[in-house]
Design a protein around this ligand. Sequence first.
Ligand code: NAD
Length: 492
Amino acid sequence: MHRYQLYIDGQWVGPVTGVWFETVEPFSGNAWALIPRAAKDDVDRAVQAAHRALAGPWSTISASQRGMLLHRLGELIDANAEQLADVEMRDNGKLKSEVLGQVRYVPRYYYYYAGLADKIQGDVIPIDKPGVFNYTLYEPVGVVATITPWNSSLLLTAWKLAPALAAGNTVVCKPSEFTSASLLEFAKLVEQAGFPPGVVNVVTGYGQEAGEPLVSHPLVARVAFTGGEEGGRRVNEIAARSFKRVSLELGGKSPNIVFDDADLDKAANGVITGIFSAGGQTCMAGSRLLVQEGIYDKFVEKLVQITRSARIGDPASAETQIGPITTRPQFEKILSYIEIAKAEGARCVAGGRALSGPGYGQGQIIEPTIFVDVKNSMRIAQEEVFGPVLAVLRFKDEEDAIRIGNDISYGLAAGVWTRSLRRAMLMTKKLKAGTVWVNNYRSTSYTTPFGGYKRSGLGREGGMEAIKEYLQVKSVWISSDLDMPNPFVRRY
Ligand code: NAD
């Protein structure tokens, strides 16, 4: 079995603990590689390396050269996309076709932020005092820690790493304990691209053993976290003790709202993509479907028909549309939510079972599932399942859709399906979410910000907004007026 090493200070090293753990293919259940179980001392080595690197060659290269390095890294990811996608798929069990598409898109984040690296500029500020010249300088914050979940390791790391590096920071990345291999493979490309040692480091291991020491490390200036609410809260609490800047991309229970004037065939496909692609294991899943009362039955029928046609099985096969659930705890959590929904009185009209037997690997697969007659007060309408489970609610009119759509503690995303421009504009204004899609769902791009309202998180990733998250601003005053008539009295 392949035994991975940590990537620290440009070196491949074993963990100080001397312990490795197995990483497992979700479909077959086979362990296929050994991942270093890093702990406090390894994290300290990585952070010290990143801190040293801040004052090393990295600090002397120009912003344009930083951009060129990022561009080179993007090209290397592109050239190695097949192999990276294979490794990521082995770990997270998502469809090969989806993972490959995603990995091929990752270089664009590096190209985009490569282009921004030498466009970080301050302002000359007119000041209300004579004889002074004032301007702002944007500077890197220092050592950045990135902590990512298991669903899209390379993509979610790129959302953080690309702007952090473009801004001139150094970084320690900690992937999920369930999906560490692809980031360790990626680190080889960082090395090949020619980044100075210590600028990017990868430590692997568990949240409490490796993640917490990283967040609490005194030399870490900023933490970029994507994950669940519990981990996010803990990270935020630890970071607050030393006033570290934090961004949190957390969960969601996003409303996808279908009006009776929508193109129902397109809307049905959009709803299916919103909930069942990636097996529902995405933060932005449109897991709370709101359908206008006049079309409710007809629309649900369409969804059930499409859902029943899903080809379920091996994620490596190009034919497969629904693959396994990535982790055993998540698989069990989803099944428990199916039971909760039934007990609450929701009616299951598609799926609802785990699948085992020939063609289903070790049996960590759940049928795409639809619950109807869902009330917004039910747990299945309010809590993130993070799996292929759709809760369908009914609404009367625009006001009702806005009320139900916003009656939730999350605010990551929302979808609206309508042919009316007036209605689209009203809904996009009224829905409390960081992203609103009209007549599409799950679109993302490196050019536009992504992040949550309410309990879905803090800060933004993507677009020009994101680079500011990794910079701090300095106000510089230069005086040409040396006259100080009374040094004991401050002049205003
Ligand atoms: P998780 O919170 O369990 O783990 C995420 C990462 O945090 C892992 O690397 C883990 O090791 C680390 N971690 C856990 N506890 C920690 C602690 N106390 N200190 C430091 N690090 C810690 O999340 P998960 O189960 O891997 O992922 C699923 C969750 O991620 C879902 O809730 C989902 O909505 C969310 N998610 C959000 C987005 C987004 O962009 N908003 C994207 C993908 C996933």
